[in-house]
Design a protein around this ligand. Structure first.
Ligand SMILES: CC1=C(/C=C/C(C)=C/C=C/C(C)=C/C=O)C(C)(C)CCC1
Ligand SMILES: [Fe+2]
Length: 322
């Protein structure tokens, strides 16, 4: 891929009407979320779980549900290639499930790192016309760093459920790592503002700050749902629509994608529900909530590796085709 071709398409995303409009709405929604978080009464993890279950299921997962469509496009609808790519996708997921099974703590760390990269990749393409690795890591790390800093006790408990460890032990690590990482983030932000202030609009810096504040103030599961549904999924759909079919057709394409993504999304929800029931039957001593949280995040984790690779491969192939 030539650097110029890459720049042209990314410039298209960051300057596109849909991208710009969405960037303004992110600022408004992040401000509203931050203000809402201040007046919100403290919520238990269980209350948060019931609030975010439907938005994450419907809104969030459907963006992964578009992967089969992207795979077909990547394979140019050649049956053999579609089958091969689908097999590789499933194998990558299964490899990650094996990692979760045998080395859960390492799996959580890899999941968090992959998520930061994947979130940042999408954000940076919308926020900057030129590739900007610093912006990628700053933006992508917010959904993980925010809950760690703002609500270390609940975030530790959620992590501890995933890796079956003592929440207090996880908390002592987070309370040390959180401020250190926040310091590194602030240094990076200072460098971004200083080095790129002429290239990036102040709206980008405002987005980073406002989204950071919202993610720190909101309780962890609400913070994640806000970022995942309102920012990540919408940007993903906008980019899929735009890169695939041209700016003018975004609305029609979103409706089309919605229809195409629905079967895989419903399938994923069905499988997740099935796994939940099986786990609960096998291990009736643990609570339903803990198992539900495990299914929700480990399912996302198992899909993150192939999903992130598919999205990147597809974007790069679009770039080199342009
Ligand atoms: C587990 C967990 C968290 C991280 C979730 C992540 C990292 C989700 C990634 C999803 C992806 C990458 C979806 C694909 O597009 C939080 C929010 C810090 C709160 C505490 C529990
Ligand atoms: Fe994604």
């Amino acid at each position: 891929m030539s650097q110029d071709a890459g720049n042209t398409v990314k410039a298209g995303l960051s300057r596109s009407e849909g991208g710009r409009r969405h960037q303004w709405s992110v600022l408004v929604v992040a401000l509203a979320a931050a203000l809402g978080a201040v007046v919100l009464p403290p919520l238990t993890i269980e209350q948060q779980f019931w609030i975010v279950l439907v938005p994450i299921g419907v809104f969030g997962l459907s963006h992964g549900g578009a992967d089969p469509l992207i795979l077909r496009r990547l394979a140019a609808d050649r049956r053999g290639t579609v089958a091969l790519m689908t097999t590789l996708y499933v194998l990558a997921s299964l490899a990650f499930v094996a990692l979760i099974w045998f080395l859960p703590t390492l799996a959580l760390l890899v999941f968090l790192l992959l998520s930061i990269w994947h979130f940042g990749y999408t954000d940076a393409s919308f926020l900057s016309a030129q590739p900007n690795a610093l912006l990628l890591w700053l933006s992508g790390s917010l959904p993980i760093l925010g809950p760690m800093l703002g609500h270390p006790a609940q975030t530790s408990e959620l992590f501890a459920w995933l890796i079956v460890r003592d929440p207090e032990q996880v908390r002592s690590i987070l309370e040390l790592a959180g401020p250190v990482l926040a310091g590194v983030w602030l240094l990076g932000f200072g460098r971004l503002a200083y080095r790129y202030h002429h290239k990036l609009s102040s709206r980008v810096l405002a987005e980073l700050i406002l989204v950071a504040v919202a993610l720190i103030l909101l309780p962890p599961l609400l913070a994640f749902a806000f970022y995942f549904c309102v920012i990540h999924s919408i940007r993903h759909f906008l980019s899929v629509a735009q890169q695939g079919l041209g700016v003018g057709e975004v609305a029609a394409t979103l409706a089309f994608l919605g229809r195409k993504a629905a079967p895989a999304t419903l399938g994923a929800i069905g499988i997740a529900f099935g796994v939940w029931v099986v786990i609960v039957l096998l291990e009736p001593s643990t609570t339903l909530l803990v198992e539900a949280v495990r299914v929700m995040f480990w399912a996302l984790a198992a899909l993150t590796l192939p999903h992130g690779l598919v999205v990147k491969t597809w974007w790069e192939s679009r770039l080199s085709a342009s």
